[in-house]
Design a protein around this ligand. Structure first.
Ligand SMILES: Nc1ncnc2c1ncn2[C@@H]1O[C@H](COP(=O)(O)OP(=O)(O)OP(=O)(O)O)[C@@H](O)[C@H]1O
Length: 349
């Protein structure tokens, strides 16, 4: 089912939790809402779900106005971070619950319900846990059961709010891959909320980056990572070096010193230069626009992370770069740096 959100405004008192949000979700997409705490992700999800209503704007599901319908009529499945399964029911009964409470007119017979639950437990690969109680499951297993339960009513849309938020890093990683492949199998239009950029980039077809109740950028994981539309997106996704620079007619300056880099059309005045740590490459001596002294090096996995005090400004501007380990860097060494890729945004952007 396609979803279209138009001009949504949602205020709590005078505070705009959502400030003119527009979003189109194509049928069968797996979309991530990504943003820092308080950016409005959950509020947007709740409005799409029918658990909350906007002050103005429209929500259409499959072309039909959804705002005139409540949550139960929208046929939406939910999974929340702390989605409490019913403690006194077995896994099987938890998954069957949504089917058993359907209105009599559409309720399936017992054999059909049992077959459907069995199918869902197979789908989430936990059929062997059917007779256990929630307290006898791991956190990751519980979230998979919560997902099976959400899918039982054959929702038109699946909404997940930080579904893996409470789990440890390793289990989170496993469940991401699992969700991705599950979605490839069932193709139900899905939106999940996360503040974890790695999770969004790894799982979603498209990522919606939010800040302060607004959408900053919508794009594929590659687009938002490689071509951030705003300074916020650049800073939020991936680790960036951020340097305050001045743009003028004759170029870009750092601490009054000209840098041999292009202003990329940024308006004259104060600006910020963004470079990803791994894009700040070590250049032959004197060849790069930056020079600095290595203060400290830590090596882990395939990279070495070096703290570099840039020349000028009495060495007070310190950046961290990630370099491959083909040549071991040493504290005290003076290096020249050349950004392979960078963006300049005006200071107020
Ligand atoms: N019922 C409410 N009453 C007042 N303010 C609210 C209410 N619900 C949300 N807010 C505020 O709206 C803003 C957006 O909240 P929301 O939960 O959508 O953010 P979020 O991006 O999902 O954050 P998190 O990642 O922390 O869950 C926050 O500043 C929050 O304090």
């Amino acid at each position: 089912m396609a979803i279209e959100v138009r001009n949504i405004v949602k205020k709590f008192g005078s505070f705009a939790a959502l400030d003119n949000v527009d979003l189109k979700v194509a049928d069968g997409e797996l979309l991530a809402l990504l943003g820092p705490s308080g950016s409005g992700k959950t509020t947007l999800l709740r409005i799409i779900a029918g658990l909350d209503w906007p002050d103005s704007g429209e929500v259409a599901i499959d072309g039909e106005n959804a705002l005139s319908r409540g949550a139960s009529e929208r046929q939406v499945g939910f999974v929340f971070q702390h989605y409490a399964l019913f403690r006194h029911m077995t896994v099987f009964e938890n998954v069957a619950f949504g089917l058993r409470v359907q209105p009599r007119a559409i309720r399936k017979d017992e054999a059909t319900i049992r077959a459907r639950v069995k199918g869902l437990l197979d789908l989430v690969q936990l059929d062997w846990l059917a007779n256990r109680y929630p307290s006898q499951l791991s956190g990751g297993q519980r979230q998979r059961i919560a997902l099976a339960r959400a899918l039982a009513i054959e929702p038109r849309i699946l909404l997940l709010d930080e579904p893996f938020g409470a789990l440890d890093a390793k289990v989170r990683k496993e469940l991401r891959q699992w969700l991705r492949s599950l979605h490839n199998e069932i193709h139900v239009t899905s939106i999940f909320v996360t503040h974890d950029q790695e999770e969004a980039l790894e799982v979603a077809n498209r990522v919606v980056v939010m800040d302060k109740g607004r959408i900053e950028q919508i794009g594929t994981p590659g687009e938002v990572y490689d071509n951030p539309a705003t300074a916020f997106v650049h800073g939020f996704i991936g680790e960036s070096i951020v340097l305050p620079v001045d743009v003028s007619g004759d170029g870009v300056r750092l601490d009054g010193r000209p840098l041999d880099i292009a202003a990329q059309g940024a308006a004259p005045g104060a600006a910020r230069l963004f470079v990803r740590r791994h894009d700040m490459a070590i250049a032959p001596a004197g060849a790069g626009p930056f020079e600095g002294a290595i203060r400290h090096v830590r090596s882990f996995g395939p990279i070495q992370r070096a703290e570099v005090a840039l020349s000028g400004n009495e060495g007070r501007t310190v950046i961290e770069i990630d370099a491959p380990r083909d040549r071991e860097l040493q504290a005290g060494e003076i290096i020249s740096l050349q950004p392979r890729r960078y963006r300049i945004f005006a200071a107020q952007d």
